[in-house]
Design a protein around this ligand. Sequence first.
Ligand code: BGC
Length: 240
Amino acid sequence: MLGRIVMESNGMHPRTLAVDIGGSGIKVMVLDHEGHPLTERDRLETPQPATPDAVLEVIQTLAAKQQFDRVSVGFPGVVRRGVTETAANLDAQWIGFDLGTAIEQRLEKPTRVVNDADMQGLGAIAGDGVELVVTLGTGFGSALFLNGKLVPNLELAHHSFRKGETYEQQLGREALDAIGKKRWNNRLGKAIANLEKLFNYDQLYLGGGNSKHIDQELPANVKTVPNVAGLLGGIALWRE
Ligand code: BGC
């Protein structure tokens, strides 16, 4: 009996602390070895200004309440080998910041960092064919997969969409607040039509905190995914 209990508890390891750094909130959740949640999602407001130090403080506060063996982080910008290269909705100090190493030093656990939409996608896709993921939050996240393999750092956000504005300017949180749900949904429909022609995806997933405001009939190859996918994708960073 004791042996079984020990085995079962070992089976839960390694425990992964998944961290989703967003423009308005920083969220964490602990996942078991298969990626199932072991805790509720915990969240604190993103500090303003969202400098690396301020954000790391918040992550440390959230992490202090949890037990885990390794850390997966989704960051809202381009990430290469743990270094953050862009951060449109955070602070300029993030450009060239080694976030992976900074978290490893603070939390003393192995850490992997990817773009937030990439992490969200890893938690949402079926792993078959061409799959595009768009996250609707403070920013406009995007991720592309072929048969489950990620093409890292696809950045649609700052590309021209319509009326001289980018996808993020037309569909990010500020736009939603400014124009309201009806017009935002109308724009979203146009973006979906554009992206379908550009990528010819088999499946498009719409996630992120504002996907709850989607109020329109979606094409058969488009579906919404819960925002928690942003954290659940954390397990995939450790699959080689
Ligand atoms: C960034 C992306 C990010 C997205 C969602 C955009 O502004 O450029 O890297 O995935 O926001 O957070």
